[in-house]
Design a protein around this ligand. Structure first.
Ligand SMILES: [Zn+2]
Length: 360
């Protein structure tokens, strides 16, 4: 009895000891876990507090010519994957390198600078090595990625000759330019670089976009896919649409749309639109507190692009609007063809279906 209880007692002591060891082990690992995750949190939040260093200003002056040359290298190299020796180019990297060479002013752009860069890359030098000593390379890369990030990539387009006449839709996957001119194909327009010109309606301000003069009713095309963020009346823009790119970096602004029938049917805030979709019609509304008033002298589309690196830049004195004149010139090569799709509502829609990779 005595011996038995002693043994039990000894076993109990062992159990207590083992239990204590487990408790110490668990609690110490918990402490380690929490202190580590706490460290992560504190470093995260310190990143946030110091993430005041987002880009505050971009002067986008890349010329249509520089965009054409670099995008062709990007697209051609991606489409010639059968040849293992081909260098695969990223046009945003090429443009960022060139910006460092020309001091951020593409008026100084020389195609020979691009030729030099290409031959260096072809001879095996890496972009990383070539740009390692360039102080502003990462700035230009981030800024140009914000402007051009959605322009080139994978998409599918209906390649059947006339998709509306037949029910046969044959999608073809492509890598290439997947943004469109904001004016539908076969509709004429004119424009000049009017960014920064003064405007007198309301308070004195500068013109933060590009006016595309055309006929009332011309179908307006979504340049890039995205989500409709604003739709309705604005005293400056009249009937207008604001569309945010999926990556959140670009806000496309289309203004002065047509009186009485500004938008394509069923478009509303929160709608998803695809690049090349008809979104509305050219008009001359705006410059009026009262809705649906034509107070613009010349029918035109006001087209603008705002860059957003941080949400605090939306609706603030720190908005970044870029000059899109050269971009419009660049987009002339890709226009969306439209057809009258609803004779009752007199709405137009795109002729060729289009899908972007990663979207349903
Ligand atoms: Zn304008």
């Amino acid at each position: 009895m005595f011996i038995h209880s002693f043994v039990l007692n000894k076993n109990k002591k062992m159990l207590v000891l083992i239990f204590a060891i487990i408790v110490v082990f668990l609690s110490s690992s918990l402490i380690i876990y929490f202190s580590f995750s706490h460290d992560e949190e504190t470093s995260d939040s310190s990143d946030e507090s110091s993430s005041n260093d987002y880009i505050k200003w971009v002067d986008f002056n890349v010329t249509c010519e520089a965009m054409k040359l670099t995008s062709a290298l990007d697209i051609e190299s991606h489409n010639s994957v059968n040849n293992d020796n081909v260098v695969v180019y990223n046009w945003i990297e090429l443009l960022s390198y060139l910006a460092c060479k020309n001091g951020g002013n593409f008026k100084n752009f020389k195609s020979s600078d691009l030729d030099d860069l290409v031959s260096k890359l072809e001879s095996g030098e890496s972009m990383e090595d070539l740009t390692s000593s360039m102080k502003y390379y990462s700035y230009y890369f981030e800024a140009y990625s914000a402007v051009l990030g959605g322009f080139i990539g994978n998409y599918s387009i209906d390649s059947s000759a006339s998709s509306l006449d037949s029910n046969t839709v044959s999608f073809e996957s492509k890598y290439g330019l997947k943004v469109f001119l904001p004016i539908a194909k076969n509709y004429s327009f004119s424009h000049y670089d009017d960014f920064g010109n003064s405007r007198s309606y309301g308070f004195r301000r500068t013109h933060l976009g590009n006016d595309l003069m055309g006929s009332i009713g011309t179908p307006i095309i979504a340049v890039e896919s995205g989500i409709v963020e604003h739709l309705g009346w604005n005293q400056y823009g009249g009937w207008r649409i604001g569309i945010r790119s999926f990556d959140g970096k670009r806000y496309y602004y289309y203004a002065h749309l047509r009186k009485d029938h500004p938008y394509v049917a069923n478009l509303e805030e929160g709608s998803t639109v695809l690049a090349g979709d008809v979104i509305g019609y050219l008009g001359m509304t705006g410059y009026s507190i009262k809705e649906n008033v034509n107070n613009i002298n010349v029918p035109h589309l006001h087209f603008g692009m705002q860059l957003i690196f941080d949400e605090s830049q939306v609706d603030s004195p720190n908005e970044i609007w870029i000059d899109v004149y050269e971009i419009v010139e660049f987009l002339k090569q890709n226009r969306s063809e439209v057809v009258l799709s609803d004779s009752e509502s007199k709405d137009y829609s795109r002729k060729y279906s289009f899908f972007e990779e990663g979207l349903e």
